[in-house]
Design a binder for this molecule. Structure first.
Ligand code: CMC
Length: 392
């Protein structure tokens, strides 16, 4: 058309202004609302960071308690929504189940779907933050054939999720504080990452004035893919594969460099970071720590460290500025905590939820927002006459 500039994959196309997350990919810097990720990881917690992302500033003690109290009050799922899980096969992947259940929330809460009514947006925000861990735990319980547990609102956000996931009605479940602390940290590290694939999806769907539940449901499915959130599970599959092949890291790296179809070093590379992903650096330390503190020596962790070391010194990866990303070590931690591989991306989704919500709200409050509607360059047939079927 002469007016359209193509940018497949939006490598260099900005679609909005945002005051939420700052990334300097060359320097390996990530900040939420101005606060460096390393400081938040060390000093804050997931609910506080959620408040920060959504409302723009750190809460006072009173604001924090009020917010945490509201989120806690909404953890239950409607009993009819509980039945919804019975409609899926036992071996259903929990990501589409998660997305479907979130989409179904808009049928249960028809009183709060107006994207321009601040009170309705607020209650939807709280409901989502409160219910996603419950939904995730039920999606997991379904796959192992165990009964769903009700939330225990005397517990903290993370502890409650762990209780619903790993608890059994017949046995008291003690949440391991080491596990809870590490999971909280991982959620903080995942909480936002500006205009990535799933967040852009949430914004694009929301730009049509679709409600918050519908927009987040779409974001969850965007996160599912192995090049995005699904990479954390793909890394573990890759490590298992290398182990099954006798642990030959060099051989695997050679296959990656030969660009064998479908063979990538999963958990490496990033569209924006051309330096060590600052989240990966924190997670690597955590992986080391938690495996040691849980008393697990992990052959796969050793393989991962060897793989990283080989890649960081290999010209192929150096020239392309490929470094470990957030997903390289997370799977090993989740596995040590007892989560099956299928749940890894679900954990990413719980962590990313406050970011999606914050971005959706920012978009709706921005007077510059228009419906997202990319253009194309048509390369098909020119006009031609219709030929009746008998003459083709
Ligand atoms: N292994 C081997 N080669 C790679 C990798 C990798 N992981 N990542 C990029 N490359 C190569 C790629 O083949 C290309 O080489 P060449 O120029 O010779 O064709 C070059 O590096 C540039 O790659 P690209 O695919 O154009 O880069 P992109 O910005 O489109 O893709 C990415 C970014 C994250 C999708 C990609 O690096 C990748 O597929 N990584 C593995 C999957 C992964 O770990 N995803 C998680 C991303 S981080 C957080 C998240 O979203 O979950």
């Amino acid at each position: 058309t002469g007016h359209v500039t193509l940018d497949p994959g939006y490598v260099n196309t900005g679609s909005c202004t945002s005051a939420i997350t700052y990334i300097d990919g060359d320097a390996g810097i990530l900040r939420y609302r101005g606060y460096p990720i390393g400081e938040l990881a060390e000093k804050s917690n997931f609910l506080e960071v959620s408040y920060l992302l959504i409302y723009g500033s750190l809460p006072t003690q009173t604001q924090y308690e009020e917010f945490a109290g509201r989120v806690t009050r909404h953890t239950l799922l409607d009993e009819d929504l509980k039945n919804f899980f019975d409609g899926f096969p036992r071996d259903a992947h929990p990501m589409p189940v998660l997305s479907s259940a979130v989409s179904a929330l808009s049928t249960f809460y028809q009183d709060s779907l107006d994207p321009f009514d601040p009170a309705q947006v607020e209650i939807s925000t709280v409901r989502l933050l409160a219910k996603l861990p419950t939904i995730a735990a039920y999606a997991f319980k379904k796959t192992v054939g165990q009964p769903f547990l009700y939330p225990d609102n005397s517990l903290g956000y993370i502890e409650n999720f762990l209780q619903m996931t790993f608890g059994l009605p017949a046995e008291p479940y003690e949440v391991d504080p080491i596990v809870a602390e590490a999971l909280d940290l991982l959620f903080v590290l995942h909480a936002d990452h500006e205009q990535n694939c799933s967040t852009s999806t949430v914004r694009l769907v929301g730009s049509s004035q679709a409600n918050l539940f519908a927009s987040i449901s779409a974001g969850i499915l965007a996160l599912f893919g192995p090049l995005h959130g699904g990479a954390n599970a793909a890394v573990l599959d890759m490590l298992e594969g290398i182990k099954a092949d006798g642990g030959d890291v060099d051989h695997f790296v050679q296959r990656v460099k030969n660009k064998e179809k479908g063979v990538r070093l999963m958990g490496f590379g990033h569209r924006v970071y051309k330096n060590y992903d600052p989240r990966a650096a924190i997670i690597k330390k955590t992986a080391d720590n938690i495996l040691e503190r849980l008393g697990q020596s992990d052959e796969l962790l050793e393989l991962a460290m060897k793989l990283e070391d080989v890649a960081l010194h290999d010209d192929y990866f150096v020239e392309r500025k490929l470094y470990p990303n957030v997903d390289f070590y997370t799977g090993l931690i989740y596995r040590a905590m007892g989560f099956p591989t299928k749940m890894f991306t679900v954990l990413f989704a719980i962590g990313r939820l406050p970011g999606w919500i914050a971005q959706w709200r920012e978009m709706n409050n921005d007077p510059a927002t228009k419906i997202g509607r990319p253009r194309q360059v048509y390369i098909g047939e020119p006009e031609r006459p219709f030929v009746p079927i008998a003459q083709r």
